[in-house]
Write a protein that binds this ligand. Structure first.
Ligand SMILES: Cc1cc2nc3c(=O)[nH]c(=O)nc-3n(C[C@H](O)[C@H](O)[C@H](O)COP(=O)(O)O)c2cc1C
Length: 167
């Protein structure tokens, strides 16, 4: 049994790495934490809190993350929940991205804040598909994930869960 589940939906892997970084920070604060792809989670038994994150594509969450919200909404309403999405690159790296309407609708029955936005990554080596490869050649190419901010956010979650946060 773990304290926290960090579930993620990714296409090219960048959001999975954010989920891992969040989990590492939660563990460093003494919280038992699992990280799993959202599509592979069957139930939330044993978790008292859930962090759910998705990559943004065309202003939408990945289907696995939306399905996760729909499938587990009852269990989520009994737990502490935090949401994030990741995507903006280049000049917009720090710009909060709008919450997709489907997420806002599902979130109404949960006691949690809108998703926090983290910068994303566009890498020609891992980009999948024609558009992704094209986007990854211009000024949007690069890794815009702010690990300091991501880790600080995770420590805030740990503190809210009553863990000892030293840093
Ligand atoms: C075709 C395409 C569409 C995208 N649309 C958005 C978008 O609407 N909003 C955004 O912030 N980022 C957008 N991005 C950037 C991705 O969200 C970013 O590369 C992210 O880090 C990918 O995460 P992943 O590696 O976990 O799939 C888009 C990227 C591609 C390739």
């Amino acid at each position: 049994m773990s304290d926290v589940l960090v579930a993620y939906a990714t296409r090219s892997g960048a959001t999975a790495e954010i989920a891992e970084a969040i989990a590492t920070e939660l563990r460093a604060c003494g919280l038992d934490t699992d990280v799993r792809a959202a599509g592979s989670v069957h139930d939330l038994d044993g978790y008292r809190a859930v962090v759910l994150g998705s990559a943004l594509y065309l202003r939408r969450w990945r289907p696995d993350a939306v399905r996760f919200l729909r499938r587990h909404v009852a269990a989520l309403s009994d737990r502490r929940v935090w949401l994030f999405h990741s995507g903006p690159c280049g000049r917009d790296r720090d710009a909060p991205q709008p919450e997709p309407a489907v997420v806002r609708r599902r979130r109404r029955s949960l006691d949690c804040d809108p998703p926090v936005t983290f910068g994303g990554k566009l890498d020609p080596a891992t980009a999948r598909g024609f558009f992704a490869r094209r986007m990854a050649t211009g000024e949007l190419a690069g890794d815009f994930r702010d690990w300091t901010r991501i880790r600080a956010w995770a420590r805030g979650i740990a503190a809210e869960l009553g863990a000892r946060v030293d840093r």
